[in-house]
Design a protein around this ligand. Structure first.
Ligand code: GCU
Length: 615
Protein backbone atom coordinates (compact mmCIF):
# COMPACT_ATOMS: atom_id res chain seq x y z
CA UNK A 1 0.00 0.00 0.00
CA UNK A 2 2.88 2.29 0.86
CA UNK A 3 4.43 1.53 -2.53
CA UNK A 4 1.15 2.24 -4.25
CA UNK A 5 0.75 5.57 -2.43
CA UNK A 6 4.34 6.45 -3.22
CA UNK A 7 3.66 5.82 -6.88
CA UNK A 8 0.53 7.96 -6.83
CA UNK A 9 2.33 10.72 -4.91
CA UNK A 10 5.23 10.56 -7.33
CA UNK A 11 2.69 10.58 -10.20
CA UNK A 12 4.59 7.65 -11.66
CA UNK A 13 2.70 6.31 -14.68
CA UNK A 14 1.12 3.09 -13.43
CA UNK A 15 1.15 1.95 -17.03
CA UNK A 16 4.93 2.09 -17.01
CA UNK A 17 4.98 0.02 -13.82
CA UNK A 18 2.59 -2.52 -15.33
CA UNK A 19 4.61 -2.59 -18.54
CA UNK A 20 7.81 -3.24 -16.60
CA UNK A 21 6.14 -6.07 -14.70
CA UNK A 22 4.89 -7.54 -17.99
CA UNK A 23 8.37 -7.29 -19.50
CA UNK A 24 9.92 -9.02 -16.50
CA UNK A 25 7.33 -11.79 -16.71
CA UNK A 26 7.98 -12.11 -20.40
CA UNK A 27 11.75 -12.29 -19.83
CA UNK A 28 11.11 -14.87 -17.14
CA UNK A 29 9.62 -17.12 -19.75
CA UNK A 30 13.03 -16.72 -21.48
CA UNK A 31 11.77 -16.97 -25.00
CA UNK A 32 12.02 -14.32 -27.68
CA UNK A 33 9.33 -13.79 -30.29
CA UNK A 34 8.63 -12.24 -33.59
CA UNK A 35 8.24 -8.52 -32.81
CA UNK A 36 6.95 -5.69 -35.00
CA UNK A 37 9.35 -4.94 -37.82
CA UNK A 38 12.07 -2.43 -37.00
CA UNK A 39 11.28 0.16 -39.66
CA UNK A 40 14.07 1.44 -41.92
CA UNK A 41 16.49 -1.22 -40.69
CA UNK A 42 19.34 0.16 -42.80
CA UNK A 43 19.37 3.32 -40.67
CA UNK A 44 20.12 1.37 -37.49
CA UNK A 45 23.38 0.21 -35.90
CA UNK A 46 23.64 -3.25 -37.50
CA UNK A 47 26.00 -6.20 -37.43
CA UNK A 48 25.69 -7.71 -40.91
CA UNK A 49 25.29 -11.47 -41.02
CA UNK A 50 25.57 -11.58 -44.80
CA UNK A 51 28.39 -13.75 -46.08
CA UNK A 52 29.57 -17.34 -45.57
CA UNK A 53 27.05 -19.69 -43.93
CA UNK A 54 27.36 -23.44 -43.58
CA UNK A 55 24.45 -25.42 -44.96
CA UNK A 56 23.04 -28.92 -44.67
CA UNK A 57 20.54 -30.34 -47.16
CA UNK A 58 17.84 -32.22 -45.20
CA UNK A 59 15.14 -33.63 -47.55
CA UNK A 60 13.50 -35.73 -44.82
CA UNK A 61 13.81 -33.05 -42.10
CA UNK A 62 15.90 -35.53 -40.18
CA UNK A 63 17.40 -32.63 -38.26
CA UNK A 64 13.99 -31.63 -36.95
CA UNK A 65 11.91 -34.83 -36.55
CA UNK A 66 12.74 -38.19 -34.97
CA UNK A 67 11.92 -41.44 -36.75
CA UNK A 68 8.46 -41.44 -35.18
CA UNK A 69 8.03 -37.86 -36.48
CA UNK A 70 8.26 -36.34 -33.01
CA UNK A 71 9.92 -32.89 -32.95
CA UNK A 72 13.45 -33.45 -31.69
CA UNK A 73 14.69 -31.67 -28.57
CA UNK A 74 18.27 -31.90 -29.84
CA UNK A 75 17.86 -31.36 -33.54
CA UNK A 76 20.38 -29.76 -35.91
CA UNK A 77 19.49 -26.40 -34.36
CA UNK A 78 21.58 -27.41 -31.31
CA UNK A 79 24.72 -27.38 -33.47
CA UNK A 80 26.10 -30.28 -31.43
CA UNK A 81 29.60 -31.84 -31.73
CA UNK A 82 30.66 -35.29 -30.52
CA UNK A 83 32.24 -34.75 -27.11
CA UNK A 84 34.09 -38.09 -27.13
CA UNK A 85 34.89 -40.88 -29.62
CA UNK A 86 31.86 -42.90 -28.53
CA UNK A 87 29.28 -40.17 -28.93
CA UNK A 88 26.94 -40.44 -31.96
CA UNK A 89 26.30 -37.12 -33.70
CA UNK A 90 25.32 -37.54 -37.37
CA UNK A 91 25.77 -33.97 -38.55
CA UNK A 92 28.37 -31.20 -38.25
CA UNK A 93 27.33 -27.68 -39.07
CA UNK A 94 30.94 -26.45 -38.85
CA UNK A 95 32.33 -28.75 -41.50
CA UNK A 96 29.29 -28.67 -43.82
CA UNK A 97 29.57 -26.87 -47.16
CA UNK A 98 29.54 -23.08 -47.38
CA UNK A 99 27.03 -20.86 -49.23
CA UNK A 100 27.11 -17.10 -49.76
CA UNK A 101 24.04 -15.54 -48.13
CA UNK A 102 21.84 -13.81 -49.25
CA UNK A 103 21.10 -16.18 -52.08
CA UNK A 104 18.79 -18.94 -53.25
CA UNK A 105 20.23 -22.43 -53.03
CA UNK A 106 18.94 -23.37 -56.50
CA UNK A 107 21.58 -21.34 -58.33
CA UNK A 108 24.37 -21.78 -55.79
CA UNK A 109 24.59 -25.57 -55.75
CA UNK A 110 23.95 -27.53 -58.96
CA UNK A 111 22.54 -30.40 -56.91
CA UNK A 112 19.83 -28.06 -55.58
CA UNK A 113 18.62 -26.58 -58.87
CA UNK A 114 15.23 -28.31 -58.61
CA UNK A 115 15.39 -29.01 -54.87
CA UNK A 116 12.30 -28.32 -52.79
CA UNK A 117 12.57 -29.12 -49.11
CA UNK A 118 14.56 -28.15 -46.03
CA UNK A 119 18.07 -26.74 -45.90
CA UNK A 120 19.70 -25.82 -42.58
CA UNK A 121 21.99 -22.79 -42.41
CA UNK A 122 24.45 -21.87 -39.64
CA UNK A 123 26.43 -18.70 -39.01
CA UNK A 124 28.91 -17.96 -36.19
CA UNK A 125 29.19 -14.34 -35.10
CA UNK A 126 30.73 -12.22 -32.33
CA UNK A 127 28.87 -9.73 -30.16
CA UNK A 128 30.25 -7.31 -27.57
CA UNK A 129 27.05 -7.35 -25.60
CA UNK A 130 26.12 -4.12 -23.85
CA UNK A 131 23.69 -3.76 -20.94
CA UNK A 132 20.58 -1.73 -21.72
CA UNK A 133 20.72 -2.61 -25.41
CA UNK A 134 18.18 -4.63 -27.39
CA UNK A 135 19.39 -7.12 -30.02
CA UNK A 136 17.01 -7.74 -32.91
CA UNK A 137 17.74 -10.40 -35.53
CA UNK A 138 16.36 -9.19 -38.89
CA UNK A 139 15.74 -11.13 -42.13
CA UNK A 140 14.88 -9.30 -45.36
CA UNK A 141 13.11 -12.50 -46.43
CA UNK A 142 13.53 -16.26 -46.55
CA UNK A 143 11.46 -18.57 -48.76
CA UNK A 144 9.17 -20.07 -47.50
CA UNK A 145 8.74 -21.65 -44.01
CA UNK A 146 11.53 -20.43 -41.71
CA UNK A 147 12.49 -21.45 -38.17
CA UNK A 148 15.23 -19.52 -36.37
CA UNK A 149 17.41 -20.57 -33.43
CA UNK A 150 20.06 -18.55 -31.58
CA UNK A 151 22.65 -20.46 -29.54
CA UNK A 152 20.41 -23.50 -29.72
CA UNK A 153 17.22 -21.79 -28.52
CA UNK A 154 14.27 -21.27 -30.86
CA UNK A 155 13.53 -17.55 -31.23
CA UNK A 156 10.65 -17.84 -33.67
CA UNK A 157 9.41 -18.77 -37.10
CA UNK A 158 7.96 -17.08 -40.15
CA UNK A 159 5.67 -18.13 -43.01
CA UNK A 160 5.95 -16.40 -46.40
CA UNK A 161 8.76 -15.94 -48.85
CA UNK A 162 8.92 -12.25 -49.72
CA UNK A 163 8.51 -10.01 -46.65
CA UNK A 164 10.88 -9.14 -43.79
CA UNK A 165 10.65 -10.40 -40.21
CA UNK A 166 12.65 -9.94 -37.01
CA UNK A 167 13.03 -11.42 -33.53
CA UNK A 168 14.08 -9.92 -30.21
CA UNK A 169 17.07 -12.11 -29.31
CA UNK A 170 18.40 -10.01 -26.42
CA UNK A 171 17.96 -12.88 -23.97
CA UNK A 172 19.62 -15.43 -26.24
CA UNK A 173 22.65 -13.43 -27.37
CA UNK A 174 25.79 -13.84 -25.21
CA UNK A 175 28.87 -11.65 -25.01
CA UNK A 176 31.50 -13.10 -27.37
CA UNK A 177 30.77 -16.09 -29.62
CA UNK A 178 27.24 -16.82 -30.83
CA UNK A 179 25.68 -18.91 -33.56
CA UNK A 180 22.39 -18.73 -35.43
CA UNK A 181 20.79 -21.75 -37.10
CA UNK A 182 18.01 -21.30 -39.63
CA UNK A 183 15.78 -24.03 -41.05
CA UNK A 184 14.28 -23.00 -44.40
CA UNK A 185 11.71 -25.20 -46.14
CA UNK A 186 10.48 -24.11 -49.58
CA UNK A 187 8.11 -27.04 -50.22
CA UNK A 188 4.97 -25.90 -51.98
CA UNK A 189 1.57 -26.59 -50.42
CA UNK A 190 -1.90 -26.07 -51.79
CA UNK A 191 -2.94 -23.74 -48.94
CA UNK A 192 0.23 -21.63 -49.13
CA UNK A 193 0.46 -18.14 -50.66
CA UNK A 194 1.38 -18.69 -53.50
CA UNK A 195 -0.12 -22.13 -53.96
CA UNK A 196 1.51 -25.16 -55.65
CA UNK A 197 1.75 -23.72 -59.16
CA UNK A 198 3.23 -20.47 -60.33
CA UNK A 199 5.13 -19.30 -63.40
CA UNK A 200 8.36 -18.45 -61.61
CA UNK A 201 11.14 -20.46 -59.97
CA UNK A 202 10.52 -21.53 -56.40
CA UNK A 203 13.89 -20.20 -55.23
CA UNK A 204 14.52 -21.44 -51.69
CA UNK A 205 16.75 -20.13 -48.96
CA UNK A 206 17.75 -17.02 -47.04
CA UNK A 207 17.16 -14.88 -50.09
CA UNK A 208 17.65 -11.40 -48.63
CA UNK A 209 19.93 -9.68 -46.13
CA UNK A 210 20.37 -10.77 -42.51
CA UNK A 211 21.50 -8.42 -39.78
CA UNK A 212 21.65 -8.14 -36.01
CA UNK A 213 20.36 -4.72 -35.10
CA UNK A 214 21.70 -3.16 -31.87
CA UNK A 215 19.03 -0.85 -30.44
CA UNK A 216 18.41 1.10 -27.25
CA UNK A 217 15.91 -0.47 -24.85
CA UNK A 218 13.38 2.07 -26.11
CA UNK A 219 13.78 2.72 -29.82
CA UNK A 220 11.93 4.34 -32.71
CA UNK A 221 10.03 1.26 -33.92
CA UNK A 222 7.98 2.71 -36.76
CA UNK A 223 6.80 5.92 -38.42
CA UNK A 224 4.66 7.23 -41.25
CA UNK A 225 5.58 10.58 -42.81
CA UNK A 226 3.68 11.45 -45.99
CA UNK A 227 1.18 13.89 -47.54
CA UNK A 228 -2.49 13.17 -46.88
CA UNK A 229 -4.47 12.09 -49.93
CA UNK A 230 -4.97 15.03 -52.29
CA UNK A 231 -3.22 17.59 -50.04
CA UNK A 232 0.18 19.09 -50.92
CA UNK A 233 0.73 21.66 -48.15
CA UNK A 234 0.58 19.46 -45.07
CA UNK A 235 3.02 16.80 -43.87
CA UNK A 236 1.21 14.41 -41.57
CA UNK A 237 1.82 11.07 -39.89
CA UNK A 238 3.01 9.56 -36.65
CA UNK A 239 6.09 8.17 -34.94
CA UNK A 240 5.93 5.16 -32.61
CA UNK A 241 8.29 3.83 -29.94
CA UNK A 242 8.55 0.11 -29.28
CA UNK A 243 7.49 0.72 -25.68
CA UNK A 244 4.16 2.33 -24.61
CA UNK A 245 5.90 5.21 -22.84
CA UNK A 246 4.08 8.52 -22.53
CA UNK A 247 5.73 11.91 -22.37
CA UNK A 248 8.79 10.91 -24.42
CA UNK A 249 10.13 13.70 -26.66
CA UNK A 250 10.60 12.89 -30.35
CA UNK A 251 11.90 15.49 -32.78
CA UNK A 252 11.22 15.44 -36.52
CA UNK A 253 13.91 17.34 -38.40
CA UNK A 254 13.58 18.15 -42.12
CA UNK A 255 16.23 20.88 -42.56
CA UNK A 256 15.42 21.70 -46.22
CA UNK A 257 11.84 22.49 -45.20
CA UNK A 258 12.96 24.33 -42.07
CA UNK A 259 11.01 21.82 -39.97
CA UNK A 260 12.23 20.92 -36.49
CA UNK A 261 9.15 19.84 -34.58
CA UNK A 262 9.14 18.44 -31.05
CA UNK A 263 6.44 15.85 -30.30
CA UNK A 264 5.37 14.13 -27.09
CA UNK A 265 4.33 10.47 -27.11
CA UNK A 266 0.97 9.34 -25.73
CA UNK A 267 0.39 6.38 -23.43
CA UNK A 268 0.92 4.04 -26.39
CA UNK A 269 4.34 5.52 -27.06
CA UNK A 270 3.00 7.12 -30.24
CA UNK A 271 3.09 10.75 -31.38
CA UNK A 272 0.79 11.95 -34.16
CA UNK A 273 1.62 15.15 -36.03
CA UNK A 274 0.49 17.55 -38.73
CA UNK A 275 2.97 20.14 -40.02
CA UNK A 276 2.15 22.88 -42.49
CA UNK A 277 4.70 22.78 -45.31
CA UNK A 278 4.87 22.91 -49.11
CA UNK A 279 7.58 20.46 -50.14
CA UNK A 280 8.84 20.09 -53.71
CA UNK A 281 6.73 17.18 -54.90
CA UNK A 282 8.27 13.87 -55.91
CA UNK A 283 7.80 13.06 -59.62
CA UNK A 284 9.54 10.61 -61.96
CA UNK A 285 11.04 13.61 -63.76
CA UNK A 286 12.22 15.16 -60.47
CA UNK A 287 12.37 12.38 -57.83
CA UNK A 288 12.95 14.80 -54.96
CA UNK A 289 13.80 13.13 -51.65
CA UNK A 290 14.19 15.02 -48.39
CA UNK A 291 16.59 14.11 -45.60
CA UNK A 292 14.36 13.38 -42.63
CA UNK A 293 15.92 12.87 -39.19
CA UNK A 294 14.08 11.47 -36.19
CA UNK A 295 15.53 12.02 -32.70
CA UNK A 296 14.23 10.32 -29.59
CA UNK A 297 15.73 10.41 -26.10
CA UNK A 298 17.80 7.34 -26.95
CA UNK A 299 18.20 7.21 -30.72
CA UNK A 300 18.77 9.22 -33.88
CA UNK A 301 17.83 7.78 -37.27
CA UNK A 302 17.49 9.27 -40.76
CA UNK A 303 15.55 8.46 -43.89
CA UNK A 304 15.11 9.89 -47.38
CA UNK A 305 11.42 10.61 -47.98
CA UNK A 306 9.58 11.96 -51.03
CA UNK A 307 6.24 13.73 -50.90
CA UNK A 308 3.55 13.34 -53.57
CA UNK A 309 -0.15 12.64 -53.91
CA UNK A 310 -1.70 9.91 -56.04
CA UNK A 311 -5.38 9.78 -56.85
CA UNK A 312 -7.83 8.84 -59.57
CA UNK A 313 -10.51 11.05 -61.11
CA UNK A 314 -12.93 9.05 -63.25
CA UNK A 315 -10.71 7.43 -65.90
CA UNK A 316 -7.56 9.39 -65.07
CA UNK A 317 -4.65 8.77 -62.71
CA UNK A 318 -3.46 12.01 -61.10
CA UNK A 319 0.06 12.37 -59.71
CA UNK A 320 0.17 15.60 -57.70
CA UNK A 321 -3.08 16.54 -59.43
CA UNK A 322 -1.51 16.05 -62.88
CA UNK A 323 -2.99 13.57 -65.40
CA UNK A 324 -0.28 10.95 -66.08
CA UNK A 325 0.30 7.81 -68.12
CA UNK A 326 2.15 4.91 -66.51
CA UNK A 327 4.89 3.96 -68.98
CA UNK A 328 5.71 0.68 -67.35
CA UNK A 329 7.19 -2.76 -67.56
CA UNK A 330 6.72 -5.84 -65.38
CA UNK A 331 9.75 -7.18 -63.54
CA UNK A 332 10.44 -10.41 -61.65
CA UNK A 333 12.98 -10.36 -58.81
CA UNK A 334 15.55 -12.22 -60.88
CA UNK A 335 19.22 -11.22 -60.79
CA UNK A 336 20.38 -9.88 -64.15
CA UNK A 337 22.91 -11.96 -66.13
CA UNK A 338 23.24 -14.84 -63.67
CA UNK A 339 19.68 -15.46 -62.46
CA UNK A 340 18.67 -16.49 -59.00
CA UNK A 341 16.98 -14.19 -56.54
CA UNK A 342 17.96 -10.53 -56.92
CA UNK A 343 18.45 -8.77 -53.56
CA UNK A 344 21.15 -6.13 -53.77
CA UNK A 345 21.22 -2.47 -54.63
CA UNK A 346 23.38 -3.35 -57.67
CA UNK A 347 20.82 -5.86 -58.96
CA UNK A 348 18.13 -3.21 -58.54
CA UNK A 349 20.08 -0.46 -60.30
CA UNK A 350 20.82 -2.71 -63.28
CA UNK A 351 17.21 -3.82 -63.76
CA UNK A 352 15.70 -0.38 -63.16
CA UNK A 353 18.23 1.35 -65.43
CA UNK A 354 17.10 -0.92 -68.27
CA UNK A 355 13.51 0.19 -67.53
CA UNK A 356 14.56 3.86 -67.56
CA UNK A 357 16.43 3.31 -70.84
CA UNK A 358 13.23 1.94 -72.35
CA UNK A 359 11.45 5.18 -71.37
CA UNK A 360 9.60 3.92 -68.29
CA UNK A 361 8.33 6.06 -65.45
CA UNK A 362 6.73 3.05 -63.71
CA UNK A 363 7.45 -0.61 -62.89
CA UNK A 364 5.17 -3.46 -61.90
CA UNK A 365 7.13 -5.48 -59.34
CA UNK A 366 5.58 -8.92 -59.87
CA UNK A 367 4.24 -11.15 -58.32
CA UNK A 368 5.39 -10.65 -54.72
CA UNK A 369 6.97 -7.79 -52.70
CA UNK A 370 10.49 -7.25 -54.01
CA UNK A 371 13.47 -6.49 -51.74
CA UNK A 372 13.66 -3.06 -50.14
CA UNK A 373 16.64 -2.06 -52.30
CA UNK A 374 14.46 -2.41 -55.42
CA UNK A 375 11.79 -0.06 -54.04
CA UNK A 376 14.27 2.49 -52.69
CA UNK A 377 16.27 2.53 -55.95
CA UNK A 378 13.05 2.93 -57.99
CA UNK A 379 12.22 5.93 -55.82
CA UNK A 380 15.70 7.42 -56.26
CA UNK A 381 15.68 6.86 -60.03
CA UNK A 382 12.15 8.24 -60.53
CA UNK A 383 10.06 5.13 -61.18
CA UNK A 384 6.58 4.72 -59.73
CA UNK A 385 5.91 1.24 -58.33
CA UNK A 386 3.08 -1.32 -58.38
CA UNK A 387 3.80 -3.64 -55.45
CA UNK A 388 2.00 -6.98 -55.20
CA UNK A 389 1.41 -9.92 -52.86
CA UNK A 390 1.55 -13.45 -54.34
CA UNK A 391 -2.21 -14.11 -54.27
CA UNK A 392 -1.60 -15.76 -57.60
CA UNK A 393 -3.87 -17.98 -59.71
CA UNK A 394 -5.81 -20.64 -57.81
CA UNK A 395 -4.91 -20.33 -54.14
CA UNK A 396 -7.21 -21.77 -51.45
CA UNK A 397 -9.71 -18.93 -51.32
CA UNK A 398 -12.01 -20.97 -49.07
CA UNK A 399 -9.49 -21.37 -46.22
CA UNK A 400 -9.21 -18.83 -43.42
CA UNK A 401 -5.56 -19.73 -42.71
CA UNK A 402 -4.74 -18.92 -46.35
CA UNK A 403 -6.53 -15.59 -46.00
CA UNK A 404 -4.62 -14.77 -42.79
CA UNK A 405 -1.36 -15.65 -44.56
CA UNK A 406 -2.23 -13.36 -47.49
CA UNK A 407 -3.29 -10.59 -45.11
CA UNK A 408 -0.04 -10.92 -43.14
CA UNK A 409 1.98 -10.57 -46.34
CA UNK A 410 -0.11 -7.55 -47.39
CA UNK A 411 0.32 -5.99 -43.91
CA UNK A 412 4.10 -6.53 -43.99
CA UNK A 413 4.45 -5.21 -47.55
CA UNK A 414 2.61 -1.99 -46.61
CA UNK A 415 4.39 -1.74 -43.25
CA UNK A 416 7.83 -1.84 -44.87
CA UNK A 417 7.19 0.54 -47.80
CA UNK A 418 4.53 2.97 -46.54
CA UNK A 419 7.04 5.85 -46.58
CA UNK A 420 8.17 5.20 -50.16
CA UNK A 421 6.65 7.91 -52.39
CA UNK A 422 7.46 5.75 -55.43
CA UNK A 423 4.89 3.14 -54.40
CA UNK A 424 1.56 4.28 -55.84
CA UNK A 425 -0.35 0.99 -56.14
CA UNK A 426 -0.85 -1.94 -53.77
CA UNK A 427 -1.91 -5.00 -55.75
CA UNK A 428 -3.77 -7.76 -53.98
CA UNK A 429 -3.93 -10.48 -56.65
CA UNK A 430 -2.99 -11.78 -60.08
CA UNK A 431 -5.25 -13.74 -62.45
CA UNK A 432 -7.50 -15.29 -59.82
CA UNK A 433 -10.51 -17.39 -60.86
CA UNK A 434 -13.94 -15.81 -60.43
CA UNK A 435 -16.11 -17.24 -57.67
CA UNK A 436 -17.83 -16.36 -54.40
CA UNK A 437 -14.93 -17.54 -52.17
CA UNK A 438 -12.43 -15.58 -54.26
CA UNK A 439 -14.60 -12.47 -54.27
CA UNK A 440 -15.05 -12.59 -50.47
CA UNK A 441 -11.30 -13.20 -49.98
CA UNK A 442 -10.23 -10.33 -52.24
CA UNK A 443 -12.84 -7.83 -51.05
CA UNK A 444 -11.60 -8.45 -47.48
CA UNK A 445 -8.02 -7.94 -48.63
CA UNK A 446 -8.95 -4.73 -50.45
CA UNK A 447 -10.65 -3.30 -47.36
CA UNK A 448 -7.67 -4.32 -45.23
CA UNK A 449 -5.23 -2.61 -47.60
CA UNK A 450 -7.27 0.60 -47.49
CA UNK A 451 -7.44 0.44 -43.71
CA UNK A 452 -3.65 0.03 -43.54
CA UNK A 453 -2.96 2.86 -45.98
CA UNK A 454 -5.63 5.22 -47.36
CA UNK A 455 -3.13 7.30 -49.34
CA UNK A 456 -2.38 4.87 -52.18
CA UNK A 457 -4.35 3.18 -54.95
CA UNK A 458 -5.56 -0.42 -54.76
CA UNK A 459 -5.56 -2.69 -57.78
CA UNK A 460 -5.18 -6.31 -58.89
CA UNK A 461 -4.41 -7.97 -62.21
CA UNK A 462 -7.65 -9.32 -63.62
CA UNK A 463 -7.74 -11.04 -67.02
CA UNK A 464 -9.47 -11.05 -70.39
CA UNK A 465 -9.11 -14.44 -72.03
CA UNK A 466 -11.69 -14.54 -74.83
CA UNK A 467 -13.33 -12.32 -77.47
CA UNK A 468 -16.70 -13.60 -78.74
CA UNK A 469 -17.45 -11.70 -81.96
CA UNK A 470 -14.04 -10.04 -81.55
CA UNK A 471 -15.29 -8.17 -78.47
CA UNK A 472 -12.84 -8.32 -75.56
CA UNK A 473 -14.79 -7.34 -72.48
CA UNK A 474 -13.39 -6.95 -68.98
CA UNK A 475 -16.03 -8.44 -66.73
CA UNK A 476 -14.95 -8.82 -63.12
CA UNK A 477 -17.14 -7.86 -60.18
CA UNK A 478 -14.03 -7.08 -58.19
CA UNK A 479 -13.98 -3.78 -60.09
CA UNK A 480 -15.80 -2.07 -57.21
CA UNK A 481 -12.97 -2.99 -54.80
CA UNK A 482 -10.14 -1.39 -56.78
CA UNK A 483 -9.25 2.19 -57.71
CA UNK A 484 -7.68 1.17 -61.02
CA UNK A 485 -8.99 -1.69 -63.18
CA UNK A 486 -6.00 -3.64 -64.45
CA UNK A 487 -5.95 -6.78 -66.54
CA UNK A 488 -3.67 -9.15 -68.40
CA UNK A 489 -4.37 -10.14 -72.00
CA UNK A 490 -2.30 -12.24 -74.40
CA UNK A 491 -3.62 -11.68 -77.88
CA UNK A 492 -1.03 -12.94 -80.34
CA UNK A 493 0.40 -15.45 -77.89
CA UNK A 494 -2.15 -17.50 -75.94
CA UNK A 495 -5.10 -16.56 -78.15
CA UNK A 496 -5.68 -15.02 -81.57
CA UNK A 497 -2.88 -13.94 -83.82
CA UNK A 498 -0.87 -10.75 -84.20
CA UNK A 499 -2.95 -10.16 -87.33
CA UNK A 500 -6.22 -10.45 -85.38
CA UNK A 501 -5.40 -7.51 -83.11
CA UNK A 502 -6.57 -4.95 -85.65
CA UNK A 503 -10.08 -6.47 -85.73
CA UNK A 504 -10.50 -6.49 -81.97
CA UNK A 505 -12.89 -4.31 -79.99
CA UNK A 506 -12.44 -3.60 -76.27
CA UNK A 507 -15.02 -2.89 -73.59
CA UNK A 508 -14.03 -1.83 -70.05
CA UNK A 509 -17.41 -0.86 -68.56
CA UNK A 510 -16.08 0.83 -65.39
CA UNK A 511 -15.56 4.52 -64.82
CA UNK A 512 -12.00 3.99 -63.58
CA UNK A 513 -8.53 4.28 -65.09
CA UNK A 514 -7.35 1.20 -67.00
CA UNK A 515 -3.91 -0.43 -66.82
CA UNK A 516 -2.92 -3.33 -69.07
CA UNK A 517 -0.90 -5.14 -66.43
CA UNK A 518 0.39 -7.75 -68.88
CA UNK A 519 0.65 -8.45 -72.57
CA UNK A 520 3.54 -10.01 -74.51
CA UNK A 521 4.99 -13.08 -76.12
CA UNK A 522 8.15 -15.16 -76.12
CA UNK A 523 11.23 -14.73 -78.28
CA UNK A 524 14.55 -16.48 -78.02
CA UNK A 525 17.08 -13.68 -78.30
CA UNK A 526 19.06 -14.06 -81.53
CA UNK A 527 16.47 -16.31 -83.18
CA UNK A 528 15.35 -14.58 -86.39
CA UNK A 529 12.84 -15.40 -89.09
CA UNK A 530 9.58 -14.20 -90.66
CA UNK A 531 7.31 -12.23 -88.32
CA UNK A 532 4.81 -15.09 -88.56
CA UNK A 533 7.28 -17.56 -87.02
CA UNK A 534 6.71 -18.02 -83.28
CA UNK A 535 9.75 -17.73 -80.96
CA UNK A 536 11.60 -15.33 -83.30
CA UNK A 537 12.42 -11.79 -82.30
CA UNK A 538 10.46 -10.65 -85.36
CA UNK A 539 7.29 -12.39 -84.12
CA UNK A 540 7.62 -10.77 -80.68
CA UNK A 541 8.32 -7.39 -82.31
CA UNK A 542 5.18 -7.69 -84.45
CA UNK A 543 3.16 -8.80 -81.45
CA UNK A 544 4.19 -5.63 -79.62
CA UNK A 545 3.47 -3.39 -82.61
CA UNK A 546 -0.01 -4.85 -83.14
CA UNK A 547 -0.93 -4.97 -79.45
CA UNK A 548 0.18 -1.40 -78.79
CA UNK A 549 -1.83 -0.07 -81.72
CA UNK A 550 -4.90 -1.99 -80.49
CA UNK A 551 -4.56 -1.24 -76.76
CA UNK A 552 -3.84 2.47 -77.22
CA UNK A 553 -7.43 2.89 -78.42
CA UNK A 554 -8.96 1.69 -75.14
CA UNK A 555 -10.84 4.52 -73.48
CA UNK A 556 -9.27 5.41 -70.14
CA UNK A 557 -6.01 3.60 -70.88
CA UNK A 558 -3.73 5.00 -68.16
CA UNK A 559 -0.80 2.64 -68.15
CA UNK A 560 0.95 -0.45 -69.47
CA UNK A 561 3.34 -2.95 -67.92
CA UNK A 562 4.15 -5.45 -70.70
CA UNK A 563 5.25 -8.89 -69.64
CA UNK A 564 8.24 -8.66 -69.01
CA UNK A 565 11.60 -6.83 -68.79
CA UNK A 566 13.93 -9.85 -68.66
CA UNK A 567 13.64 -13.59 -69.45
CA UNK A 568 13.23 -15.44 -66.16
CA UNK A 569 13.48 -18.96 -64.79
CA UNK A 570 10.26 -20.98 -64.75
CA UNK A 571 9.67 -24.71 -64.13
CA UNK A 572 6.72 -24.51 -66.54
CA UNK A 573 8.78 -23.76 -69.66
CA UNK A 574 10.28 -27.00 -70.96
CA UNK A 575 10.68 -26.46 -74.72
CA UNK A 576 14.25 -27.66 -75.39
CA UNK A 577 16.57 -25.34 -77.26
CA UNK A 578 14.20 -22.42 -76.88
CA UNK A 579 12.84 -22.23 -73.33
CA UNK A 580 15.10 -24.63 -71.35
CA UNK A 581 13.23 -23.67 -68.17
CA UNK A 582 13.12 -19.99 -69.05
CA UNK A 583 10.05 -17.93 -69.73
CA UNK A 584 11.25 -16.04 -72.83
CA UNK A 585 8.77 -13.11 -72.75
CA UNK A 586 11.53 -10.73 -71.72
CA UNK A 587 12.24 -7.82 -74.02
CA UNK A 588 15.77 -8.41 -72.74
CA UNK A 589 17.40 -11.85 -72.65
CA UNK A 590 18.68 -13.46 -69.48
CA UNK A 591 22.17 -12.42 -70.66
CA UNK A 592 21.09 -8.79 -70.76
CA UNK A 593 20.81 -8.52 -74.56
CA UNK A 594 17.93 -6.36 -75.84
CA UNK A 595 15.50 -7.93 -78.29
CA UNK A 596 13.78 -6.02 -81.12
CA UNK A 597 10.60 -5.62 -79.05
CA UNK A 598 12.57 -3.52 -76.53
CA UNK A 599 12.94 -0.81 -79.14
CA UNK A 600 9.25 -0.96 -80.11
CA UNK A 601 8.40 -0.16 -76.46
CA UNK A 602 11.08 2.53 -76.28
CA UNK A 603 9.67 4.25 -79.35
CA UNK A 604 6.07 3.98 -78.08
CA UNK A 605 7.00 5.42 -74.67
CA UNK A 606 8.98 8.30 -76.15
CA UNK A 607 5.87 9.27 -78.12
CA UNK A 608 3.63 8.79 -75.06
CA UNK A 609 5.93 11.01 -73.01
CA UNK A 610 5.58 13.82 -75.57
CA UNK A 611 1.80 13.29 -75.75
CA UNK A 612 1.42 13.76 -71.98
CA UNK A 613 3.69 16.80 -71.77
CA UNK A 614 0.80 18.89 -73.01
CA UNK A 615 -1.88 17.26 -70.76
C1 GCU B 1 0.38 -14.76 -66.80
C2 GCU B 1 0.99 -14.58 -65.43
C3 GCU B 1 2.50 -14.48 -65.47
C4 GCU B 1 3.05 -15.48 -66.47
C5 GCU B 1 2.59 -15.02 -67.84
C6 GCU B 1 3.07 -16.01 -68.92
O1 GCU B 1 -0.34 -13.65 -67.15
O2 GCU B 1 0.48 -13.45 -64.74
O3 GCU B 1 2.98 -14.76 -64.15
O4 GCU B 1 4.47 -15.54 -66.42
O5 GCU B 1 1.17 -14.98 -67.92
O6 GCU B 1 2.31 -16.94 -69.20
O7 GCU B 1 4.18 -15.82 -69.40
Amino acid sequence: MVFYKACINKRVDMKRILFTIFTLLLAATSFAKEIPLVSNIYARENISLNGKWNYVVDPLENGYYGYRLEVLKNGFFKNRKAQNPQELVEYNLDTSPIMDIPSDWNTKDDQLFFYEGTVWFKKDFEVSKEAGKKYVLYFGAANYDTKVYVNGTKVGEHIGGYTPFNFDVTDEITNGNNFVVVKVDNKRHKDNVPTVNMDWWNYGGITREVMLSVLPETYLEDYFIQLPKGVTNLITGWVKLNNPLAGQTITIDIPELKIKQKLLTDTDGKAVFEIKSKPVLWTPENPKLYDVALHSENENISDKIGFRTIETKEKQILLNGQHIFLRGISIHEEAPFYQGRAWSKEHAVTLLSWAKEMGCNYVRLAHYPHNENMVREAERLGLMVWSEIPVYWTISFDREETYQNAQNQLRDMIYRDKNRAAVIIWSIANETPHGDARDKFLSRLSSFARQQDNTRLISMAMEVTEAPNNINKLDDNMNEFVDVVSFNQYLGWYRGTNESCKDMKWEVPYNKPVIISEFGGDALQGMHGPKTQRWTEEYQEELYIQNLEMLDKIEGLSGLSPWILVDFRSPRRQLPGIQDFYNRKGVISNWGIKKKAFFVMQDFYNKKKEEYKTK
